[in-house]
Design a binder for this molecule. Structure first.
Ligand SMILES: NC(=O)c1ccc[n+]([C@@H]2O[C@H](COP(=O)([O-])OP(=O)(O)OC[C@H]3O[C@@H](n4cnc5c(N)ncnc54)[C@H](O)[C@@H]3O)[C@@H](O)[C@H]2O)c1
Ligand SMILES: CC(C)CCC[C@@H](C)[C@H]1CC[C@H]2[C@@H]3[C@H](O)C=C4C[C@@H](O)CC[C@]4(C)[C@H]3CC[C@]12C
Length: 440
């Protein structure tokens, strides 16, 4: 285990650094010119309004020339940058960390900030890039500020992903909204100019009315009304990030922010996929269709989501005027399918079968069971945490078509999926097989 020590950061800020390891850098990526676009806005029912704090430069985004420091373009190749990834030990965060090490040529130091540090960070010991593991909590403003101090770019992916009622609404709000506010304020205080936020499709929908969002893009009009704490928190946090674009950071330059909105992410490390696999194994290799095959659910491979983060972070500097304050859905070539049929793309080759061309239970019965689960969760809460996959919210999400079709990230910062559907599928199958056999 690494030796625990403390480092002094800018001013009186201090960070708890629990390890320093080094990783490898390789192949550069790409980028091209694009055009502007719009960002979505949601409405949270029953949640506090946001501070209406806007940066002085918010309303007047300048030309690219105004955003670049003198000589920056010339020195860009030589300059080594410090990146901070919050939530860097999570499902997506680990892929972002590894992707940065493999594909960001300007990476000089990579700070991985998480409440729970993964042992795999130790693997990243060889190579020229300094990797700094920082155990910290985004809800603690001083810990965030200490980690951010001196970083050029922050990728803020830490979040409490809970649609099952495991955490309280207050905790979800604290981590996702206050945590994001802390990251923004840390950037402003310490002079960090570039912030990429991992948002979610749920900032848009599905809404509580079950309206379909079919092949939508960032400009598609949709009635985004949130009641569940998780989408509420993501919507509020995304708004904070977008509104912070243009705020003056320490040193006088403007903050540049953007938000990426993945749909349902799949790939190596996806816990819910592993849970379905294990459940199928327990049921003798069978899974039972609950949702009609006609309900399409957007999915995106984790490696492509990570790649989009890396590209967005890289291009924010050069394309600040275009990308600042923008939202981008995360997309790739994964096929449009129902949630269960899509899972079968991986679970099928692992030996599971989905029974039924149509749902085996009538929808009203699922609604009843979901409501019963919610009631049981509430009744049992003082005694035990009962948090099954099926509840009224997850049923509504699974049973509402939500698919995106867009090229905004391609136009704005040259994003193309790095992994084909075939690659993504193969990698995920191999992981499910390994995860399944380790569970035996
Ligand atoms: N998984 C998906 O399908 C999906 C889809 C869209 C968006 N997202 C977003 O992507 C991000 C990552 O999600 P994920 O699926 O990798 O989840 P995850 O739970 O695997 O990762 C989140 C990471 O954040 C860390 N974290 C949580 N609370 C923290 C705190 N208070 N301080 C510091 N670190 C903390 C966790 O330890 C974890 O490592 C989240 O912001 C989530 O909202 C996920
Ligand atoms: C009705 C049951 C048989 C099936 C239950 C499946 C359910 C657990 C799944 C379906 C859709 C899933 C969500 C969707 O992929 C997108 C996201 C966005 C992301 O920000 C967090 C995860 C989440 C909510 C998925 C959670 C699991 C869901 C609801």
């Amino acid at each position: 285990m690494p030796v625990e020590h403390r480092v002094a950061a800018r001013g009186r800020l201090r960070a708890r650094v629990v390890g320093v390891v080094a990783g490898r850098v390789s192949v550069p990526g790409m980028g091209q010119e694009g055009e502007g676009g719009a960002s979505g806005r949601g409405r949270c029912v029953g949640w506090p309004a946001l501070d209406e704090r806007r940066g002085p430069l918010q309303a007047s985004l300048g030309t690219l020339g105004q955003w670049l420091q003198p000589g920056m373009a010339d020195s860009a190749q030589a300059q080594k940058l410090v990146y901070l990834v919050t939530g860097g030990c999570g499902f997506l965060g680990e892929h972002v960390v590894r992707m940065l090490l493999q594909r960001e040529p300007r990476l000089g130091e990579l700070r991985v900030f998480d409440r729970h540090l993964g042992p795999w960070l130790e693997e990243l010991k060889t190579g020229p890039v300094r990797v700094t593991a920082i155990q910290g909590d985004v809800t603690e403003a001083h810990e965030v500020a200490a980690a951010v101090a001196g970083a050029h770019v922050v990728i803020h992916t830490a979040g409490l992903v809970d649609v099952f009622g495991r955490a309280s609404p207050e905790t979800i709000h604290e981590v996702n909204v206050q945590g994001t506010r802390n990251v923004i304020e840390a950037c402003v205080q310490t002079g960090t100019r570039f912030l990429v936020y991992t948002s979610s499709m749920e900032v848009v929908g599905p809404n509580t009315k079950g309206h379909p969002f079919y092949r939508g893009n960032e400009d598609t009009l949709y009635e985004a009304v949130h009641r569940h704490p998780y989408p509420c928190s993501k919507a509020l946090a995304e708004r904070l990030v977008l509104e912070a674009n243009g705020r003056e950071v320490h040193g006088g330059l403007p903050l540049v922010t953007c938000a990426l909105r993945p749909t349902g992410i799949y790939g190596e490390g996806h816990q819910i996929m592993r849970d379905f696999y294990r459940q199928g194994l327990r049921l003798g290799g069978w899974l039972f269709r609950a949702i009609p095959a006609s309900v399409e659910h957007g999915r995106v491979y984790v490696g492509n989501v990570a790649w989009m983060h890396v590209l967005a972070a890289r291009e924010l500097e050069r394309r600040a005027a275009l990308m600042g304050g923008q939202v981008y859905f995360c997309y790739d070539g994964s096929p449009y399918k129902s949630y269960e049929d899509f899972n079968m793309e991986f679970l099928g080759p692992c030996g599971l079968q989905l029974v039924g061309a149509r749902p085996l239970l009538p929808y009203w019965l699922l609604v009843f069971l979901a409501a019963l689960n919610a009631l049981l969760q509430w009744l049992l809460r003082p005694l035990v945490l009962y948090a099954p996959l099926l509840n009224p919210y997850t049923l509504a999400v699974a049973n509402t078509t939500f698919t995106v079709s867009t090229d905004k990230a391609q136009r704005h910062f040259g994003y193309e999926p790095l992994f084909s559907w075939e690659d993504s599928r193969t990698r995920t199958i191999l992981w499910v097989q390994a995860a399944g056999s380790s569970a035996q």
